[in-house]
Ligand binder design. Sequence first.
Ligand code: ATP
Length: 361
Amino acid sequence: MARLTLDSVTKRFDDVVAVDGVSVDIEDGEFLVLVGPSGCGKSTTLRMIAGLESISEGDIRLGQTSLSGKRPKERDIAMVFQSYALYPHMTVRENMSFGLEESTDLDDDTIRQKVEDAASMLDIDDLLGRKPDELSGGQQQRVALGRAIVRDPEVFLMDEPLSNLDAKLRAQMRTELQRIQENLDTTTVYVTHDQTEAMTMGDRIAILDGGHLQQVGTPLEVYHKPANRFVAGFIGEPSMNFFEMEVQGDRLVGDDFAYPLSEESRAAVEGSSHVTLGIRPEDVEVVEEGDGRHEFETVVDVVEPMGNENNVYLAFSPEREHSFVATVGGMRSVESGQPVVARFPESAIHLFDAETGAALK
Ligand code: ATP
């Protein structure tokens, strides 16, 4: 059973707390994506699982067994690095077989078979005789993956493995990696700072900020029910729009608009004097003429065509720069300078405590 458990894991580098009390269970066969901005502690977490970094406090277990005190080679874990870390003087075949020759007592025929099976899974059969400098970035990436796959480990750890590839190849490898992981059914922890990778690849996503785990959930959970303002702003592209509002009885009052609240929303903001109102760009409705409730007169500042849809940047008055963005269907014609009515349907709004950032609704 390859259930990986992080139990209150903390890592300190002198005064810096890089990872602060992180607890998460990664189920057998699960693909967990660890995501967060630069410096949030992703790589450190991965390196602690791999045994490349010691743990200051807490424990990491594989199944029932603590990994504390086990050297990297003694852990049944294979890591794929951003830099691929291939040996330049070795052929692809040698790069893939080297680890097995070193750390197992498998015979040559078995090793050859494992390398060929992995090469075929990764579609690099034709490249086995080449050296790394005779390969494209995408091919090198596959070799690095192949080297992890042949070890048939209990856990894969991947540290931004696609970040050196161009956008098209990255998108292609995203789906391919998912397919391979599903076929092998190997527990995987995948680090990225790219929220699109996180949303598309993970069974679940763990979001880190400042060494703290902010939320763990399926992509849909973290998207629709963000635990706090940080997660809400981090997940989703373009980002959620935020407005600082004061709670005044049955409505919220901000610099540019007031927002009447239903009974349910009023109950949610009970006890808060200031809240942040959030709405995703795709939830903002742009209407010609509305019925008044939850609607605001705005002016189109900039239209950013995205093909099948447009990102429309809206301002509350013509003199002002845009203050929020709405995503509208590409067939809809809107032009810079055009007055439009924007509606924030109450079912779509998120409310966060202004001080703590915790989600209230
Ligand atoms: P990135 O996406 O930029 O790689 P990350 O989320 O992987 O960032 P980490 O590399 O885990 O972040 O770093 C977390 C924090 O720990 C940062 O503040 C970093 O400066 C600090 N840190 C990491 N390694 C060391 C070290 N060896 N000595 C001191 N501080 C370190």
